[in-house]
Design a binder for this molecule. Structure first.
Ligand SMILES: [Zn+2]
Length: 281
């Protein structure tokens, strides 16, 4: 599942190529993937691309914008005569002819360019929304982990109220958006905190360390273009490099990078947690 750094990377890549282009057509290949009225979109020009939580907003002239959530398996792929850029769930659709059988929505842009929304599992969506509707959608999420509103005070007050395991707590998007499984695991390792600890049990020093490590793993994720854990990890314009920096994620059985103890994997809330049983307290 694309996490905040991967989604941010896609938004930045798209911003550089689609801003200023007119949407000449919007074609729905699967009705589950698009919500809204095509007539509100066609003919509009793209003015900006932004990300909040894991939602990409394609801002348009006119009354509506397009909000995109990639969920588990979504991709956004831009193509013009000079090539392709994009990202999302790494599959053969990154490189094969489009539209494919996974293409759910396609946009014909000025200059002969195309923007494809592919989604194998059909959990993702594109919604045409007014600014008020978009605000309601985005209000379902807490501040981004790397936003100015996510102060140490906000973080520590939130954790103090939560009896859930700290890993589950920091992945609660209604409170704090953008901490997915990869970065939650790595930040807790770097902060030397056992993911099973109750969030409310952390002392001030641990909270402060975890706050800093969350910021730094998300920052590194963005700088490296996110993680591409797949054999498509070398596709230029799509793949990220965070997988070269993983601390514990999917390293079960391998030696801890700090103390050499074999890392273990446990299940928490249906997700895998990876930790060092020796140096995460
Ligand atoms: Zn260790």
């Amino acid at each position: 599942m694309p996490e905040l750094p991967e989604v941010e990377t896609i938004a930045r890549r798209l911003q550089s190529v689609i801003t200023g282009k007119q949407i000449q057509s919007l074609n729905i290949h699967h009705p589950k993937s698009f919500v809204g009225n095509v007539a509100h979109i066609e003919g509009s020009t793209i003015t900006d691309v932004a990300r909040q939580a894991k939602i990409i907003t394609i801002h348009l002239t006119g009354t509506h914008s397009l909000l995109v959530h990639l969920k588990m398996t979504g991709q956004l792929i831009y193509q013009d005569e000079s090539g392709r850029v994009g990202g999302g769930h790494p599959t053969a659709d990154w490189v094969q002819t489009l539209p494919s059988k996974h293409t759910r929505v396609s946009l014909g842009l000025s200059g002969g360019a195309q923007l494809y929304f592919n989604d194998m599992r059909l959990f993702g969506w594109i919604k045409a929304m007014t600014p008020d509707e978009a605000a309601v959608e985005l209000a379902r999420y807490g501040p981004d982990v790397n936003a100015p509103e996510m102060t140490l005070e906000y973080f520590s007050q939130g954790l103090a109220r939560k009896n859930a395991p700290v890993k589950t707590a920091i992945m609660d998007a209604q409170w704090l958006a953008g901490v997915g499984n990869i970065y939650a695991n790595d930040a807790l390792f770097l902060a030397k905190i056992d993911p099973r600890r109750a969030a409310s049990s952390l002392n001030l020093s641990e909270i402060s360390t975890l706050y800093d490590e969350l910021q730094s793993v998300i920052q590194l994720g963005i700088e490296t273009g996110g993680a591409t854990i797949s054999h498509y990890h070398n596709i230029d314009g799509f793949a990220g490099k965070y997988q070269d920096h993983l601390q514990v994620y999917q390293r079960e059985g391998l030696p801890c990078l700090r103390c050499g103890t074999a890392l273990i994997r446990i299940k928490q809330g249906g997700r895998s947690s990876f930790l060092c049983p020796s140096c995460q307290k």
